[in-house]
Design a protein around this ligand. Sequence first.
Ligand SMILES: *[C@@H]1O[C@H](CO)[C@@H](O)[C@H](O)[C@H]1NC(C)=O
Length: 244
Amino acid sequence: MKFAGILVLFAGYCLADSKLSYPPPRGNVKWWGTCSAGAGCKGPCDSSMAEVSAGKTISSDVVVSRDQELTVKWGYASNRGGFVRVAMVPYSKSDSWCEFNNNVIKYSCYESAGESIPTLQTDRWTTKIKIPLNMPDGVATLQWVWYGGGNYYGNPNATFGEHYGCSDIKIEGGPFSNAKAAATFQGGDRLNPRSDVCEYHGSNKVGDCNFPNKYPNPIPGDLLSNSLEPCSIGPSKKGKPYRF
Ligand SMILES: *[C@@H]1O[C@H](CO)[C@@H](O)[C@H](O)[C@H]1NC(C)=O
């Protein structure tokens, strides 16, 4: 009993990092709703289209129109830093990293709300996006990427792997235009409120902490062996996402 309690505490402290909470994510059965590159989940979504069509995941009934404002929410981890990237593609393209990389809507800081809520919450941090004018009517997939997070296993200088989440939403109506808007960046986080930067660890570029083609080799009784992390070691920095 005592041992189990310690394990749960330890796992909560180290592994229950963060996930997209709104719009509701597809959900990842294998990793309890999260998708961490360090644990072997390489995205672009927490669950693939095949897993969604097999009915294994949670479906969203969020309906929006083009140009409508939508508040994206995530949470759990605090004192972790990094950036969040939000992208959107038609559902049929949602297995493609390339499509998401080419259709980024916005970057924000991970701890972007600037609020101080003392409890762990799934919707603690937020950013507002506008539904792109070039998205056709139908089901679209919003991708959430958290990268540049750190403070791993009590080491403030250790960088996390990236985390991914996707939500399928329905787009109906609103003004249409083929022109694609440029991605935006909104800075300012808990440590740097009302600024144009974020606190982050390691790289400011999506993909640098994906551990491509690498998977952990779990050893029973060794929690650290469940992850490829840390991605890198070094003090935290203040800055903007790559190319801003
Ligand atoms: C983190 O990095 C800073 C700056 O290099 C260093 O002073 C500090 O000792 C490091 N902390 C740990 C726990 O390694």
